[in-house]
Ligand binder design. Structure first.
Ligand code: BES
Ligand code: MN
Ligand code: ZN
Length: 497
């Protein structure tokens, strides 16, 4: 369970907690609450920081002996860097640093919120603070013999408050809980998350969060003409499925559709990956995890728009029943595809999911997929590629990502590259001849299945997984995209209106 948040205007030196965290800006400038701590301790903070080499840089923290002179049992200083350069993400990161230092205690009090400059909206700052604490507390411990989860259960925000701050603290912690749920599913080993197991888990989640759910399996996949899902899934002992989720609040006037790539393990199929390339391929369902996690929080966040989701779930395996290079599949919308490389499987299952989403006539679609290594080459491990067929919608999604604090960068879908996907025998091939521009040709492939509906494709192959701990994001599954999806849903309006 995520920690609960309360807010108080009690004097800093009197607040009762296991740990009190107060901010310090660059060059050891005491932030809100740090001055009160300094007075209560008799004015020795400057010298103590000097002696220990603490400067107030982002990421720094320092435990301060209190000699029992405060209501809090212990105090830490947390560095924020230059006061006028503090951003929402800086606050989120500082909160994560604090949460890690507080992982062995039950209650934490902090004055961090009052460090946000006036230029930052206070409700947004409260949300970022709560997100940072909950995300920074995350650990995947399911398979550890001696798990040591964070004990932190109560966070007391000391400073100016009000109903909006309280609501935003709750909102931030609810969003971060959804991100943590996605991380758990991504970090789960593939052996324990077959398509059927993820579908069953999704049913359970849907029941608890007011969603309608429908799962297509077996002969229903053929009856619904989902040739891509069937083709990619046919090499595995564990059969594929297509999950549809729907959130329909009373009075909703607009609909947005989410689509997430759910490859529970990507071996490459007969176009087998080298061993090193498979090590992280349990995370190839990160798009699916982000979509399911976001859907599960819509009711709690009182989202006003209708949201539908399609999540194709498959395992990409080589076997006697696997699709072969050169095989031709027929997708939901009737288009045929020549599968020249079975490792370009994500686009094959997304094609069916996107075509189904289009049939629901949503106002806009966004898909998330760990789709190409090429996107990681282009943008690195922290930034998702954003492509689309509608500038207004692409702009809206990019703005939502900015507000949510997730990094994305626009990439083009050049018509002149479409011919690279021409097939000798079918309507389209699933790979282009060469390696250049691989993120774009993958995006161009998907574009064939969205018709005229405003659509954005997010290639999250880089940021879905972190190769090292980084502030509020631990090594492993990151839950990337959940925050952006929830921001999109919360602020949804039809593109161009
Ligand atoms: N799941 C991979 C993409 C990927 C690579 C995600 C590295 C995360 C890290 C995808 O299914 C894939 O294999 N893509 C191929 C496409 C190629 C065959 C056209 C790739 O990127 O090499
Ligand atoms: Mn692949
Ligand atoms: Zn894949």
């Amino acid at each position: 369970m995520a920690a609960s948040f309360t807010q108080t205007t009690t004097a800093v030196e009197a607040v009762v907690a296991d740990l009190l965290a107060v901010p310090v800006f660059a060059e050891r400038a005491l932030g809100p609450g740090a001055d009160a701590v300094d007075s209560a301790l008799g004015g020795g903070l400057a010298e103590f920081m000097d002696k220990t080499g603490f400067n107030g840089k982002p990421g720094e923290s320092l435990a301060v002996p209190t000699g029992g002179r405060l209501g809090a049992k212990a105090v830490i200083l947390v560095g924020l860097g230059k006061r006028d350069e503090l951003t929402l993400d800086g606050l989120r990161r500082a909160a994560a640093v604090v949460a890690k230092r507080a992982s062995r205690v039950k209650s934490l009090a902090t004055t961090l919120l009052d460090a946000a400059p006036d230029s930052v909206n206070r409700a947004d700052a409260a949300q970022a603070l709560a997100e940072g604490v909950v995300l920074g507390s995350y650990k995947f411990l399911r398979y550890k013999g001696d798990p040591k989860p964070s004990k932190l259960s109560r966070v007391i925000v000391v400073g100016r408050g009000g109903a909006r701050v309280k609501a935003s603290l709750w909102r931030g912690s609810r969003i971060a809980e959804a991100v943590s749920w996605a991380r758990d599913l991504v970090n789960e080993p593939s052996g324990a998350k077959s398509p059927a197991e993820i579908a069953a888990l999704t049913r359970k989640v849907a029941r608890g969060s007011g969603l309608k759910v429908k799962v297509l399996t077996g002969s229903n996949l053929a009856a619904e003409r989902l040739g891509g899902v069937i083709g990619v899934g046919q090499g595995s002992q564990r059969p594929p499925c297509m999950v549809r989720l729907e959130y329909e609040p009373a009075g909703a006037r607009r609909t947005v559709a989410f689509v997430g790539k759910g490859v529970v393990f990507d071996s490459g199929g007969l176009s087998l990956k080298p061993a090193a390339g498979m090590e992280t391929m349990k995370t190839d369902m990160s798009g699916a995890a982000a979509v399911i996690a976001a859907m599960s929080a819509l009711r709690d966040l009182e989202v006003k728009a209708r949201v539908i989701a399609y999540v194709p779930l498959v395992e990409n395996m080589p076997s006697g029943s696997a699709i072969r290079p050169g095989d031709v599949l027929t997708h939901r919308n009737g288009k045929t595809v020549e599968v020249l490389n079975t490792d370009a499987e994500g686009r094959l299952i997304l094609a069916d999911a996107l075509a189904m989403a289009v049939e629901d006539e949503p106002d806009a679609i966004v898909d998330l997929a760990t789709l190409t290594g090429a996107c990681v080459i282009a943008l690195g491990e922290k930034i998702a590629g954003l492509m689309g067929n509608d500038d207004a919608w692409s702009g809206q999604v990019g703005d939502a990502a900015d507000r949510a604090g997730e990094s994305m960068w626009h990439l083009p879908l050049p018509d002149e590259y479409r011919k690279l996907l021409d097939s000798e025998v079918a309507d389209i091939a699933n790979i282009s001849g060469g390696r250049y521009g691989g993120a774009l040709t993958a995006g161009l492939f998907l574009k064939e299945f969205v018709g005229d509906v405003p659509w954005v494709h997010l290639d999250i192959a880089g940021p879905a997984r972190a190769s090292a701990d980084d502030g509020h994001t631990p090594k492993g599954g990151t839950g990337f995209g959940v925050r952006t999806l929830l921001e999109i849903a919360s602020s949804f309006r039809a593109p161009g209106r």
